[in-house]
Design a protein around this ligand. Structure first.
Ligand code: XMP
Length: 515
């Protein structure tokens, strides 16, 4: 899609490159992470207002370390080098980088020694976050040192005339409390960005480009009810109305009432052409007698493709495009010199592996957005809070939360228990702090008493975790009274459960899901 003003971030493989993009977008400036070896001439054609060279794990003193096109520095476009990016700037422009023997890692206090628009509005003494081995020993001609720290005589440098800057610390992380302001200063004071990138504008621009691309053709979307596909549905509906056709596979493994909610919202309230595949029996039959978690996942993945393909085939005469809810973090991984962490949270809803007779061109309207931006777009498009703030839900659904045999009765039981967990946690004011919460049905029975009778019934485990990205997680310290209400409601209201336990394990070494 075409954007007005933007900033290019060349990625040298730092684990926190994405945070640079987040911080700049928080200033309402659009930015993109691109390959570290992008040619200056190619970049110039796209006319960014500024260039950031990210940090990275390599050492510029090593042979084969990722370099930039030196002509970048001749474009007249402002440049900010961060950590490795600063060392690369120094080396490329004739300075000297010293190979450090010891890494400096952690908080450092830094003194600003020269005026610089990067530091406008900030105190002279700042806390910054350092994470580097090498340091700039001799700055290039035309540069001056503008900040120093105990361990780092040149913590920042500038060539104000050429608008080239370097910082040894990481302004993008929270441990540099004024870092966001520095990146904001770079964007506004140095690059002259006006900061007018808003979700409403993103929607407007995106709608124009979707219409231009799709023309009078038709688009197919696999709607799962999750945040990403819901937002794609709402956006495409706004752009092309009746040319959008959604397929929703009800696999019988969704949360309580979820299938009805999806149909009510998208089919009725939005009036989208929604085709529901009522495939509960098909899935449950295919899963009958299967207890191995990997087998369950494979069966569900394959059955999903079969069902989706059949529905798609019935529409394929008129459909040219397949829409997907790919997000920016999935896209970024392909530009890093070292490859990012592998995409772990991807399910069969990303309809890869469609049979060969179904050929569609892809349309991915969210591929430039981070998750919180997707939620903002969803809100702007009028999707309700329960959709845009929805927690992650595994593609195989409740199947990964029913240990042992999956039967209709066990699915119903888990749905009812899970509903109690969700209802009670939703009553907490800070429920959005809990990344995920749900019930798990265990494959064991335990003894209990009910009146004068002994019972021998199911155990439900409650899981609630705090996490930033699902890669690591801590068990959530739910208040005792919330746990108490969850437990007594499940035991009193859900027939077949006589014991509730709370999962107090963190990831790693445990995982969030039980299977
Ligand atoms: P784990 O259990 O690996 O889960 O700690 C990490 C995150 O991924 C979600 N998850 C899945 N999502 N398909 C998905 O779309 C899956 O098969 C799947 N398995 C786990 C899980 O809910 C958590 O948010």
């Amino acid at each position: 899609m075409k954007h007005g003003e933007w900033i290019a971030i060349l990625d040298y493989g730092s684990q926190v490159t994405q945070l640079i993009a987040r911080r700049i977008r928080e200033q309402k400036v659009y930015c993109e992470i691109i390959r570290f070896d992008t040619r200056a001439a190619d970049l110039a054609r796209r006319a960014p207002k500024g260039i950031v060279l990210s940090g990275g794990p390599a050492s510029v003193t090593d042979q084969g370390s990722p370099l930039c096109d030196p002509a970048l520095f001749e474009l007249g476009i402002p440049i900010l080098g961060i950590c490795y990016g600063m060392q690369l700037t120094a080396r490329t422009l004739g300075g000297k980088v010293h190979r450090g023997l010891k890494r400096e890692y952690g908080k450092a206090s830094m003194q600003i020694t020269q005026d610089c628009p990067l530091f406008r509005g900030l105190e002279k003494n700042l806390q910054v976050w350092m994470s580097h081995g090498d340091k700039v020993e001799v700055i290039p001609d035309g540069f001056e040192t503008i900040a120093e720290s105990d361990n780092c005589p040149c913590a920042a440098m500038q060539n104000a005339g050429r608008k080239i800057y370097g910082v040894q610390f990481h302004p993008e992380v929270v441990h540099t409390p004024q870092g966001a302001q520095m990146l904001g200063n770079f964007a506004s004071e140095i690059c002259g960005c006006s900061g007018d990138w808003k979700m409403s504008k993103f929607i407007e621009d995106n709608i124009q480009s979707i219409r231009a691309k799709v023309g009078s053709d038709h688009v197919l979307l696999g709607l799962s009810g999750g945040v990403d596909s819901s937002v794609v549905a709402a956006l495409l509906h706004k752009a092309i109305g009746p040319q959008l056709h959604c397929v929703f596979v009800d696999n019988g493994l969704l949360r309580y009432n979820e299938a009805r909610e999806v149909e009510d919202l998208f089919g009725h309230a939005f009036g989208i052409d929604l085709h529901t595949a009522h495939a509960q029996d098909l899935f449950l039959n295919a899963l009958s007698g299967i207890t191995d978690p990997e087998k369950k996942r494979k069966i569900i993945g394959k059955t999903f493709i079969d069902v989706f393909a059949e529905k798609a085939r019935s529409l394929s005469g008129k459909v040219k495009y397949l829409a997907q809810g790919t997000l920016y973090p999935d896209v970024i991984e392909s530009v890093s010199p070292i490859g990012g962490p592998s995409a772990t949270i991807k399910s069969h809803h990303n309809v890869g592996g469609l049979p060969a007779d179904l050929k569609f061109e892809l349309i991915e309207p969210l591929r430039e957005l981070f998750k919180d931006e997707v939620r903002a777009v969803g809100r702007e498009l009028g999707l309700p809070g329960y959709v845009v703030d929805r927690q992650p839900f595994p593609g195989p659904g409740l199947a990964v939360r029913i240990l042992g045999d999956i039967t209709r009765e066990r699915v119903n039981l888990l749905q009812l228990a899970d509903l109690r967990v969700r209802e009670e946690i939703l009553k907490m004011e800070n429920h959005l702090d809990v990344w995920q919460y749900f019930a798990v049905l265990l494959p064991i029975q335990t003894v209990g008493v009910m009146g004068d009778d002994r019972t021998y019934e199911n155990v439900v485990a409650v899981r609630a975790v705090q996490s930033l990205d699902g890669m690591t997680a801590d068990w959530y310290k739910l208040p005792y009274d919330v746990l108490d209400r969850i437990s007594s409601r499940i035991i009193n209201e859900v027939k077949g459960v006589n014991r509730v336990v709370y999962d107090i394990s963190s990831k790693p070494p445990s995982t969030i899901e039980w299977e």
